[in-house]
Design a protein around this ligand. Structure first.
Ligand code: MN
Length: 284
């Protein structure tokens, strides 16, 4: 990205928080008073190109950080059309390139499939975008350290100030409650996706019993940070539990405040995650 003045950066961040209004805001149709004479803001086309570029990088970063392996996927809502989203074709995240990125509507119909096979569990993404206009990015992982918290009655709660977005407790999706006792555990259809979205509610993370988690963000970078710090918090909480003493979790106010800070500071870790992921990709 070329040099951008701080005011413009702040404007962009404000735009991203405006959910469905984001595309309109970014395209410059909504200009705060006193800013009309400043340099033109990014067009929706430029924002879309950045989202797709970040989406490819997000795939590599999540793989490099051990959050996804051959499975797991990340998507981003379209800046031009909030009723569409972008996601890779069915492929290991570490190998994803721009050519693999497909566009879907919220009924999971591909816009131009060109013979590419979609992920089986894409309903996770469409149903969350439908239920949560504030969400700009969705990640589904089999993040290893979260699994114990999905299968036991020990709740995943924030022990690290980097994971305040977990708030007081993370909800757990039980597929048996909607799919019966003989599913293959996968979110194979809209009904299961919608049930998962209901479990997520207004939260940032929901665990999926015996499977993994789903993580959202108000930008793709924030969603990636949420996925990485959820895994870290799960490891730290398990370690604290093994010590056997009394655990003091972040309280509601601490969790809320630290959660908001991460959204504002996310470009800092993103920069190093990106460098690490690219350096590992180039070695292979
Ligand atoms: Mn899965």
């Amino acid at each position: 990205m070329t040099a951008v003045d701080p005011g413009q950066v702040m404007l962009m961040r404000r735009c991203r928080r405006l959910a469905f209004a984001a595309a309109v805001c970014i395209s410059g149709l909504v200009v705060p008073p006193g800013r009309a004479q400043e340099a033109p803001t990014k067009t929706a086309e430029q924002e879309e190109a950045e989202r797709i570029s970040d989406l490819v990088l997000a795939n590599h970063i999540l793989a490099d950080q051990g959050i996804v392996d051959g499975f797991g996927h990340v998507s981003v809502r379209s800046a031009r059309n909030p009723g569409h989203y972008f996601i890779s074709r069915s492929r290991a995240p570490a190998l994803v390139t721009a050519d693999d990125i497909m566009e879907f509507d919220l009924d999971d119909q591909p816009i131009d499939a060109r013979g590419r096979a979609p992920y089986l569990e894409r309903f996770i993404h469409s149903e969350i975008y439908k239920a949560r206009p504030d969400v700009q990015s969705v990640i589904h992982t089999h993040s290893p350290a979260v699994i114990p918290f999905g299968v036991s009655d020990v709740p995943l709660r924030p022990v690290s100030h980097m994971a305040g977005f977990l708030l007081t407790q993370v909800p757990v999706f039980e597929i048996r409650s909607v799919g019966g006792t003989e599913t293959d555990m996968l979110i194979r259809n809209k009904a299961l996706g919608a049930a998962l979205a209901r479990t997520l509610g207004n939260a940032t993370v929901a665990l999926m019993r015996g499977h993994g988690d789903v993580v959202v963000g108000q930008s793709i970078r924030t969603a990636v940070a949420h996925a990485i710090y959820t895994e870290l918090n799960a490891r730290l909480e398990a370690e604290a539990l093994r010590m056997g003493g009394k655990i003091t979790y972040l309280n509601e106010a601490e969790a809320a405040k630290t959660g908001q800070q991460l959204d504002q500071l996310v470009d800092r870790p993103w920069e190093i995650w990106k460098i690490q992921a690219l350096s590992h990709t180039q070695k292979n």
